[in-house]
Design a binder for this molecule. Structure first.
Ligand code: SF4
Ligand code: SF4
Length: 468
C-alpha cells in the first residue's frame, strides 16, 4: 500500500536525477513480524507508507549501498513498479537534494507567505462552564461593536492581497456572543466572495449553545468545521464540565452534536483525557458509531495540559507526552479490536499559527496576540487594533524570529518533519528551551502499523473480501 505523499517536490518528472538516487534521511522501517515476512517502509517527510517483503527490503539495501545509483540501475535490480513507488513516496531522493534545507524552505514559505491571513478571534473570555483545568480566568469581557468594526477594517484592507483567509472562533465560549460572531462571519463571507478570496471558518465551542438554528446559520455563513469538547462519558464529563450553577452538561451537548452534524462538513469531537478517565474515549467512540455519526464526527483523545498559572493545580492528573503516546497506542488497539477505523496519523507541515507572520489571535478588546495561551494577558500582547489602525509591539519579533531549525538536536532528528512547528509556547513565552517533542517520537511505529492494518481491513471489507 502506498499512501500518497502530501508534500511534493515540484520537479520535472521527465528530468533525470542530477546525480542519481539515494535513500531519504527520513526513512523508517517497521517489521510486521517473522510470520508475515514483510515490513512497512514509512517516510516522515512525505507520510508515505509502503509494504514490501523483507527479501525486497534486503535487495533495496544492497542496491542503495552503492548510492548514488541511477534510476536505470535501480530499476534493473528491483521491479520498475517498486522503484516508481519508492520514488514517488520519497523513500529514494535525488542525491543532490538536501532534505533538511527543503524542509526549512517549505517551512519559511508557510510561515512568511503573505497571501494568507489567519485570524483566531475570541469574542469573549467569559464561559458558561467551570472546568477545573481551564486556563482562562473568565474575565467577563465581551467584544463590542467598535472592536468588530476595527476587525472588519483590518481584514477589509488586506483582502485584495490575499488568496486565502481563515477564521477560527474561540474563547471563552464564543457562542455566548453569537450576534457579534454572526455579524463578523457574514461580513467575512460576503467580502471574501466579492474579493474572490478563499474563505474558511471553524469554531471551537463547548457545544452547549449550538442549537439547530444557530448551527444552520453558522454553516450558511461559511463555518464548515467545529470542534466540540467532552470530558469523557457522562459521569466524568458532568463532574468536570459543569455550568456555573453546578449542573452537568453532557446530554445537551451530545444532542446538539447529533443535530449539528448534518450542517457542518466535519465535527471534531475532542475527548479530554487525563489519568482520571482513560477508558472514556472508548465509550464515546462506541456512542458515535452506534448513532451512525462516524462519517461526520471524528473522535480523538485530547491531552489535558496545565499550561498557565490558572490551571497548574490540576497538573498532577495530566499525562506526560510520553505517557500520552502510550495511551494513544492502547486506545488504537482497543479501537481496532472493536472494528473501528484508526484515524490517528501524523500530520505534516506547519501546525502552529503563532510563528506565522500573517496570523493573529484577537481578544475581545482588539488586542493582538500570537498564541491563544496568552489571550487576556496584556503584557504578552504583540499589538492592538486601535482607532488609528493596527499598531505592533516589539514582542512580535520573538515569535517571528523563532526557528526550530536552530536547534542542533532538532536538525538531526528524524521526526523533525512531523513537528517542525510543534508547540513552542514555553520556549518563546517563558524561555524554557526543553523540547516539546511530538508524541510520534515515542509511538510512531505502533501508530503506523495500526493505521496500516485499519486501512487494509477497511479496503478488504469494502471490496467484500476477508477480514484481517
Ligand atoms: S505556540 Fe503552541 S499553543 Fe501556541 S499556537 Fe503554537 S502550537 Fe498552539
Ligand atoms: S522537538 Fe523533539 S521530536 Fe521534534 S524535532 Fe526536536 S528533538 Fe525531534
Amino acid at each position: 500500500m502506498l499512501t500518497k505523499p502530501r508534500l511534493q517536490i515540484h520537479q520535472d518528472k521527465n528530468a533525470p536525477p542530477v546525480t542519481g538516487l539515494q535513500a531519504s534521511i527520513y526513512n523508517f522501517r517497521f517489521s510486521l513480524g517473522e510470520v508475515s515476512g514483510a515490513c512497512l517502509l514509512y517516510n516522515s517527510r512525505t507520510n508515505a507508507v509502503l509494504r514490501i517483503s523483507k527479501q525486497l527490503a534486503a535487495q533495496l539495501d544492497n542496491a542503495l549501498d552503492a548510492s548514488p545509483i541511477t534510476m536505470e540501475a535501480l530499476t534493473k535490480r528491483l521491479h520498475a513498479d517498486l522503484v516508481e513507488a519508492l520514488n514517488s513516496g520519497g523513500f529514494v531522493v535525488d542525491a543532490s537534494l538536501d532534505e533538511r534545507r527543503l524542509l526549512k524552505a517549505m517551512d519559511q514559505n508557510a510561515r512568511f507567505g503573505s497571501a494568507r491571513l489567519a485570524l483566531t478571534i475570541a469574542p469573549t473570555l467569559a464561559c458558561n462552564f467551570r472546568c477545573p483545568y481551564c486556563y482562562q480566568d473568565h474575565k467577563s469581557r465581551h467584544m463590542n461593536a467598535e472592536v468588530t468594526e476595527r476587525i472588519k477594517s483590518f481584514v477589509g484592507k488586506q483582502l485584495r492581497y490575499l488568496s486565502d483567509f481563515s477564521v477560527s472562533w474561540y474563547g471563552g465560549e464564543p457562542l455566548l456572543v453569537k450576534d457579534r460572531v454572526l455579524d463578523l462571519q457574514r461580513y467575512f463571507f460576503e467580502a471574501c466572495k466579492e474579493a474572490n478570496v478563499n474563505f474558511g471558518s471553524s469554531m471551537i465551542t463547548n457545544g452547549y449553545l449550538l442549537e439547530e438554528e444557530l448551527a444552520r446559520t453558522l454553516s450558511n455563513t461559511g463555518v464548515s468545521f467545529v470542534q466540540i469538547t467532552l470530558d469523557g462519558a457522562a459521569p466524568s464529563h458532568n463532574k468536570r464540565r459543569k455550568l456555573k450553577n453546578g449542573r452537568g452538561t453532557f446530554d445537551r451537548i451530545y444532542e446538539n452534536l447529533k443535530t449539528a452534524s448534518q450542517y457542518f462538513e466535519r465535527i471534531s469531537l475532542r475527548v479530554n483525557i487525563d489519568k482520571t478517565n482513560p477508558e472514556d474515549l472508548d465509550i464515546i467512540r462506541d456512542m458515535v458509531a452506534s448513532d451512525g455519526l462516524s462519517d461526520k464526527v471524528y473522535v480523538y483523545p485530547g491531552k489535558v495540559d496545565a499550561v498557565t498559572d490558572a490551571s497548574r493545580a490540576y497538573a498532577e492528573n495530566c499525562y506526560t507526552r510520553r505517557e500520552f503516546a502510550e495511551y494513544e497506542v492502547q486506545r488504537g488497539m482497543e479501537a481496532l479490536t472493536r472494528g473501528q477505523d484508526i484515524e490517528t496519523f501524523p500530520r505534516l507541515g506547519n501546525g502552529c499559527g503563532a510563528i506565522c507572520s500573517n496570523a493573529f489571535v484577537i481578544d475581545p478588546d482588539g488586542y493582538l496576540y500570537k498564541c491563544w495561551n496568552d489571550v487576556g494577558e496584556r503584557d504578552a500582547c504583540v499589538g492592538q487594533l486601535s482607532e488609528q489602525g493596527e499598531t505592533y509591539r516589539p514582542q512580535l519579533a520573538q515569535w517571528e524570529a523563532f526557528d526550530r531549525f536552530e536547534s542542533e538536536e532538532c536538525r538531526a532528528c528524524p521526526y523533525l518533519p512531523l513537528c517542525i512547528a510543534g508547540c513552542s509556547y514555553e520556549e518563546i513565552a517563558h524561555g524554557d528551551a526543553s523540547h516539546k517533542c511530538t508524541e510520534f517520537r515515542w509511538n510512531l511505529e505502533e501508530i503506523v502499523k495500526l493505521k496500516y492494518v485499519s486501512d487494509l481491513r477497511h479496503r478488504l471489507q469494502s471490496e467484500g473480501g476477508a477480514s484481517v
